[in-house]
Design a protein around this ligand. Structure first.
Ligand SMILES: CC(=O)N[C@H]1[C@@H](OP(=O)(O)OP(=O)(O)OC[C@H]2O[C@@H](n3ccc(=O)[nH]c3=O)[C@H](O)[C@@H]2O)O[C@H](CO)[C@@H](O)[C@@H]1O[C@H](C)C(=O)N[C@@H](C)C(=O)N[C@H](CCC(=O)O)C(=O)O
Ligand SMILES: Nc1ncnc2c1ncn2[C@@H]1O[C@H](COP(=O)(O)OP(=O)(O)OP(=O)(O)O)[C@@H](O)[C@H]1O
Ligand SMILES: N[C@H](CCC[C@H](N)C(=O)O)C(=O)O
Ligand SMILES: [Mg+2]
Length: 489
């Protein structure tokens, strides 16, 4: 049990009805999960208004209600607290509930449209290899040192974040790397966390369904840096058009990295092959298994962060060369028929373009590139024609298929992708709604030397159609199909 008044420490209160000297079992923001002696925080969401569920929470026995507007009828024995912003209050209360765990470790947040999972996961890997206890909060999973936990969101709600940070404290974790998504910032999920550093990767088209416009999306990401304390570092990509903008108002120490512009940390690509690339980072050469210009940026950001957190230059370079690719990020194999299959999480126009640029740069002869791609349902629709254009323009064959249609008709999503295909590319496009059949077809079409790119779902092990999730794994499927085809010849 925690005292309500302790949980409210640091929350600015508009009005209070009842005593704050009461014991609270748990904090909840979903009325359906409330129980006796809990505190219910009413949140105005995108679909529902949590204030409508206050009565339900009270019926379940909650002892306190945190809201933006006090209800007309107040129940006896329940304390009502009115605040300006319940999402902010929830984050501060979550941090208080778990004893402010972010202050007991060295927390670094990674934001940007693409590269967050790659940078945070590789930082986790690097610091583990350097011998530290490390935490990770990412799209793929949450790690409390060696213990793994599943996650559904890139940046979880503030109670979940603080719960895992507190477990990290118990496990003696020293560094934690976490992805900070724009939804997470907009919904104030990371408010109240004590960051030692913030990293900006890049900004391009995504989530314009959720954010009003590009400027709103950009300004939301910038808030991570605006909120950093003076003692923190703010590391940005100086080659990105919005890189310097991100850190312009921060109080933290400003640092830059770049491949093209002047910057504190610089790198250059010296050589590139399918199984790795040679980079020059701050005058030192290093061989890495991760390829593509986008990964040169990611690795440079990792180098800079590790050095800002106190690791030595040579140690970092050595560790960089040992890093393994992240699941579903340019994950590839070459089959017996010499077909290269690449599974990549590119689900934005920029990511898809970068991956295809990288693939095209690796071509040595007249190999064909077959791209299998779809776009998620109930997510930014304006990405669809752009991704349709990129896939058809930069491949010999593009098979448009389903990603996670969620509750949208798959055919409609594909039609929006087709709308972006230019006349000269129309003949390159095949439509196969069923993702499994699309992948099978790509495998049958490919010959020795050809490259199959399966984009959009990366590490995901499910496909969500009509609101139902079923098992689905791009990498597993393509490996099985190519192996079967090889054994048939
Ligand atoms: C659009 C969005 O971000 N939605 C998130 C949001 O839910 P919401 O605003 O839709 O909630 P709502 O359904 O309107 O309900 C409002 C409130 O009423 C409560 N409620 C509702 C019903 C009820 O009976 N009783 C009750 O108390 C709800 O618990 C909620 O507190 O708040 C919820 C709790 O934190 C999140 O789980 C939910 O994420 C949904 C599942 C989601 O899919 N989010 C995606 C888009 C997302 O956040 N993605 C980013 C990735 C971005 C990237 O790629 O960069 C991420 O960080 O993962
Ligand atoms: N620095 C980068 N710049 C551009 N594209 C990148 C970069 N890093 C990775 N990508 C591409 O974007 C895809 C997604 O990468 P990653 O999962 O690291 O991004 P993310 O920011 O975590 O995405 P999400 O918003 O879904 O969490 C990769 O599969 C790759 O195609
Ligand atoms: N973090 C991204 C993931 C998109 C992945 C794609 N496979 C999809 O389901 O749309 C989002 O929430 O927009
Ligand atoms: Mg991610």
């Amino acid at each position: 049990m925690k005292q309500l008044k302790d949980l409210l420490f640091g929350v600015s209160l508009h009005a209070v009805s009842g005593s704050t000297a009461v014991g609270i079992e748990s904090i909840r923001f979903d009325s359906r999960e409330t129980g006796a002696s809990d505190a219910f925080v009413a949140i105005r969401g995108t679909e529902a208004d949590g204030h409508r569920f206050i009565d339900g929470a009270v019926k379940n026995g909650v002892r306190a209600v945190i809201c933006e507007e006090l209800p007309q009828d107040l129940a006896d024995g329940v304390t009502y607290v009115e605040v300006a912003d319940t999402q902010l209050a929830l984050a501060v209360m979550a941090s208080n509930y778990y004893g402010n765990p972010s202050a007991n470790l060295r927390l670094v947040g990674v934001t940007g449209t693409n590269g967050k999972t790659t940078v945070s996961t590789l930082l986790y890997q690097l610091f583990k290899k350097a011998g530290y206890k490390v935490g990770l909060i990412s799209t793929i999973k949450i790690m409390v040192d060696d213990q793994e936990f599943p996650t559904r969101l890139t940046t979880p709600d503030s109670l979940t974040i603080n719960k895992y940070l507190s477990r990290m404290n118990e496990a003696g974790v020293e560094f934690c790397f976490m992805e900070v998504s724009s939804h997470g910032i907009a919904q104030r999920r990371t408010e109240g966390l004590v960051f030692e550093g913030g990293i900006f990767t890049n900004l391009s088209h995504d989530h314009l369904d959720y954010h009003k416009d590009f400027a709103d999306y950009r300004d939301t990401k910038k808030k991570l840096f605006d909120g950093l304390p003076k003692s923190a570092f703010a590391l940005t990509n100086a080659d990105d058009k919005n890189g310097l903008f991100m850190i312009q108002n921060t109080r933290a120490r400003k640092l830059t990295y770049a491949l093209r512009s002047y910057a504190d940390f610089r790198a250059q690509i010296l050589e590139q092959q399918l199984d790795g690339q040679l980079l020059k980072i701050q005058d030192n050469e290093v061989w890495t298994k991760l390829i593509g210009q986008f990964n040169a940026y990611n690795l440079l950001a990792i180098y800079a962060t590790a050095s800002l957190l106190g690791l030595g230059q040579l140690e970092i370079l050595q560790l960089l060369s040992g890093l393994q690719t992240v699941d579903g990020r340019f994950q590839y194999f070459v089959s017996k028929q010499r077909i290269t299959a690449i599974v990549d999480y590119a689900h934005t126009p920029d990511a898809l373009k970068n991956v295809l640029v990288t693939i095209n740069a690796l071509r040595t002869g007249n190999e064909s590139v077959i791209t299998v791609v779809g776009c998620g349902g109930e997510r930014d629709k304006s990405k669809r024609p752009v991704m349709g254009h990129i896939a058809s323009d930069m491949s010999e064959t593009a098979i448009f298929t389903s990603d996670n249609p969620r509750r949208e008709p798959p055919r409609d999503i594909i039609a929006e992708m087709e709308a972006g295909v230019e006349p000269q590319n129309v003949r390159k496009v095949l439509v196969i709604e069923d993702r499994e059949q699309a992948i099978r077809t790509a495998c049958k079409m490919a010959g020795g030397g050809d490259i199959i790119l399966i984009a959009g779902k990366g590490h995901e092990t499910y496909q969500e159609i009509a609101g139902v999730r079923r098992d689905f794994d791009d990498y597993k499927l393509v490996s099985e199909v190519l192996e079967r085809l090889a054994s048939e010849v």
